[in-house]
Design a protein around this ligand. Structure first.
Ligand code: B12
Length: 284
């Protein structure tokens, strides 16, 4: 989003310049199509951003009404960073109306937007506060999308998910859990910073345990993962149950192998197949 500038425009002025109704201009802001910032109670728009929105200067008319993925991502990123849940949800609804299913919304919109936000934080372009605000909104989007992953029919067994002890990232297992629920797995998501003992206590208590998934986002924790995996594995009643380790810190199959994972998935489309497989281990 553009920083506040002295010559920024009110929404009324934006509407006049575009020749649209005030509510249309407001909607452009709320769904992230037009970057804006709040000054007190009022939305203000940078004239440069308005110029970029003008019909004919910005969009291919053939695509009018169906924003492409990059544009939707950019809009979502802008709404996440603005802490604007309603606007962010508007981007999700627009994508859904254009045909995206909930899994695509998570994997093609929300995750890449967070990835970009993380990259900007790492480059010193965003503060930790910006990242926290964006993540809080992302949590709410994921929660709102959750019920749309519920599928009727026989369950395929239970997957127990959580992040390795010390890892505070909560969204990866929340999103992964929904992708798996959408494929009729029962999922118990233990969330961030889960002790090995909690994985074990849960895994031995669930009905028809299919697999355990341990998420690692912070590569600073990688040294702890092999022992962690071993503790979890040793605590399971059935040694044939696979224990998978994944997440953004597990970047390739070799690393997965080193930390003791039974499998590796390089992208979301492979994750479901991985959890569906018995312990044949793609790493053997
Ligand atoms: C939000 C966020 C935070 C939030 C987390 C809040 C919360 N409640 O979740 C906060 C601000 C707390 C945070 C803290 C830190 N973070 Co952070 N964070 C992120 C960010 C922006 C988004 C994470 C996310 O939710 N991604 C969305 C999910 C869906 O994507 P995903 O993880 O790839 O998950 C998918 C797959 O990997 C897969 N998957 C996930 N789990 C599993 C498990 C299995 C078994 C399998 C098979 C697949 C799988 O399925 C998912 C769906 O497709 C990322 C950027 C990024 N690239 O993701 C950085 C990022 C992960 N963080 C990073 C860092 C460095 C940190 C800190 C160390 C910063 C610091 N110095 O304090 C701390 C670590 C704290 C800790 N001890 O954990 C780095 C990690 C770099 C690295 N390689 O180590 C990243 C990549 C940012 C960056 N570009 O540098 N962070």
């Amino acid at each position: 989003m553009s920083p506040p500038v002295a010559d920024s425009l009110s929404l009324r002025e934006v509407a006049d310049r575009l020749g649209v109704h005030y509510m249309t201009a407001y909607r452009y802001v709320r769904n992230g199509r037009l970057p804006a910032h709040k000054v007190g109670d009022e939305w203000r728009v940078d004239p440069g951003d308005l110029a970029a929105l003008r019909p004919g200067t910005r969009r291919n008319p053939a695509r009018r009404g169906a924003p492409d993925r990059d544009e939707s991502r950019r809009r979502l990123e802008s709404r996440l960073l603005a802490g604007d849940e309603a606007g962010a949800w508007g981007v999700v609804e627009t994508a859904t109306a254009a045909g995206a299913d909930p899994a695509e919304v998570l994997t093609s919109l929300v995750a890449p937007a967070l990835e970009r936000i993380g990259a900007q934080w790492a480059a010193g372009e965003l503060s930790v506060a910006d990242e926290h605000r964006a993540t809080a909104v992302a949590h709410r989007l994921v929660a709102r999308l959750g019920p749309s992953f519920v599928r009727p029919g026989r369950r395929r067994g239970t997957v127990v998910l959580g992040s390795v002890a010390g890892d505070r990232h909560a969204l990866p297992t929340a999103m992964l859990g929904d992708l798996l629920r959408g494929e009729r797995f029962e999922v118990v998501d233990l969330g961030p910073d889960t002790p090995a003992e909690s994985f074990v206590a849960t895994a031995v208590a669930v009905d028809r345990l299919q697999a355990v998934g341990i998420c690692v986002s912070d590569s600073g924790l990688l040294g702890t993962v092999p022992d962690f995996v071993q503790t979890v594995r040793a605590g399971l009643d059935d040694p044939a149950v696979p224990v998978h380790v994944g997440g953004s810190a597990i970047t390739d199959v070799r690393l997965a192998q080193q930390v003791g994972s039974d499998g590796f998935a390089s992208d979301p489309s492979e994750v479901v197949a991985l959890f569906a497989s018995p312990r044949v281990s793609v790493l053997d």
